[in-house]
Write a protein that binds this ligand. Structure first.
Ligand code: UDP
Length: 390
């Protein structure tokens, strides 16, 4: 037994993001000593927030993260570890030299087409633009053409998506576009969930509080390697699944992001997120981080231009690409994982899925529940509680 006197086996957790921290916390509460490892010098993974010394702005270091959920258990859970301020994400988008409201709503439709439609008229009009020959949209492009038609697709989605994903929208799954609603009223809330907010002290404070437990030891600047798994009663791996197997089946495709800071006085763009949908602009969006914290006004400002590109071995992975080729490769990793002893793969990187924070937390809670139940019943703990291939 490592580190603590306990009748429970020591648990190893690779990665101190939401997945790893939630699992560590839940298992520590039930008496397990837990060692958490992260290769970076901070906790919270890509949700990491840090106060910028020059402007005083709370910066989302790895890009904007807005917490939103319909899941009551998750909402109650995160509120135990930090207080959330009301925040509603209202995104603007520039296309063809004009500014519009996103997600596509009645204001977007009326301004784009120069109309004064009411909700019923707008719904009929957009339906008339949709391509009804596409019965079962499978790709991002088909989904857009079917439900909003070519003009809106080309204005708002086509070039942005090529910049973001590096492939034509015809090669991407429809599920990516399904993240965004289309509304026939003036509701410009980017998210359709009951709860939405920003942690008053940032995400890192929440993750640090999750990990602040007498039975948890955190090792930062220290990657966890598969060869160490035998030291633990069980391991939860929230790093890239291909990294666990030393990329034996090749590297899975990810997109990474580069951020170019813009500093200044006052208000740079008047909103938190401005998307740039034209291909003539190389960045996808500019985020102005003080607008994520409207309860703490600042004179100075800090913005980031965001650029997306293919992730190389030295880069931080952000978005799993999951095209057909990657899915076949993923299936081979999943097969290896199912033959691995004593490891469960979790989170966005461990299961190679495009997960939001709330889903990540819900799955981590369920994973901890499943582990505790497996220890009670004696049933083996599976490699995945959430199937990466589903
Ligand atoms: N998207 C787009 N134009 C926009 C905003 C989004 O084409 O102005 C597409 C793009 O492919 C993106 C997807 O919709 O990857 C999902 O958008 P979301 O805002 O959920 O992306 P995230 O904030 O997770 O990067």
């Amino acid at each position: 037994m490592k580190y603590f006197m306990s009748d429970k086996p020591a648990i190893g957790v690779a990665g101190a993001g939401f997945s790893g921290a939630v699992i560590a916390h839940q298992l520590a509460e039930q008496g397990h000593p837990v060692s958490v490892f992260d290769a970076r010098s901070h906790v919270a993974g890509n949700c990491h927030t840090e106060r910028d010394a020059e402007s005083g702005v709370m910066a989302h270091v790895y890009g904007p993260h807005i917490f939103h959920t319909d899941d009551e258990r998750v909402w109650r859970f995160v509120n135990r570890f930090g207080s959330f301020e009301p925040y509603v994400n209202r995104v603007k988008a520039i296309t063809g030299g004009r500014v519009f409201s996103l997600p596509i709503n009645l204001l977007t439709i009326n301004q784009f087409f120069g109309k004064t439609f009411n909700p019923h008229e707008a719904a009929g009009f957009i339906a008339s633009l949709g391509d009804n020959r596409i019965e079962n949209p499978r790709s991002f492009e088909e989904q857009a053409l079917r439900f909003v038609g070519r003009e809106l697709y080309e204005a708002f989605f086509k070039s942005y998506t090529i910049k973001q994903w590096g492939v034509p929208p015809s090669a991407l799954p429809a599920s990516i576009l399904k993240r965004l609603p289309v509304r026939f009223n003036y509701d410009d809330n980017y998210f359709a969930h009951r709860h939405q907010g920003m942690p008053r002290e940032g995400y890192t404070a929440i993750v640090a509080r999750l990990l602040d437990h007498p039975r948890i030891t955190v090792h930062l600047g220290r990657a966890f390697h598969r060869s160490e798994a035998g030291n633990y009663g069980h391991v939860f791996h929230s790093g890239p699944i291909d990294g666990w197997f030393d990329h034996a089946e090749g590297r899975l495709g990810y997109r990474t992001l580069d951020f170019e800071p813009i500093r200044g006085e006052g208000d740079f763009q008047g909103c938190a997120v401005m998307n740039y949908c034209d291909d003539s602009v190389p960045w996808t969006r500019i985020s102005e981080h003080k607008h994520f914290a409207p309860w703490e006004p600042r004179d100075k400002t800090l913005c980031f231009r965001e650029f997306s590109r293919e992730c190389s071995p030295e880069d931080t992975p952000y978005y799993p690409i999951r095209l057909v080729a990657e899915k076949a490769q993923l299936a081979r990793y999943v097969d290896r994982a199912r033959h691995e002893w004593g490891v469960t793969f979790v989170g966005r990187l461990g299961t190679y899925r495009y997960l939001d924070m709330d889903v990540t937390i819900r799955e981590a809670l369920e994973t901890a529940d499943a582990f505790l139940e497996s220890r009670r019943s004696g049933a083996p703990m599976p490699a995945f509680v959430n199937d990466p291939l589903a």
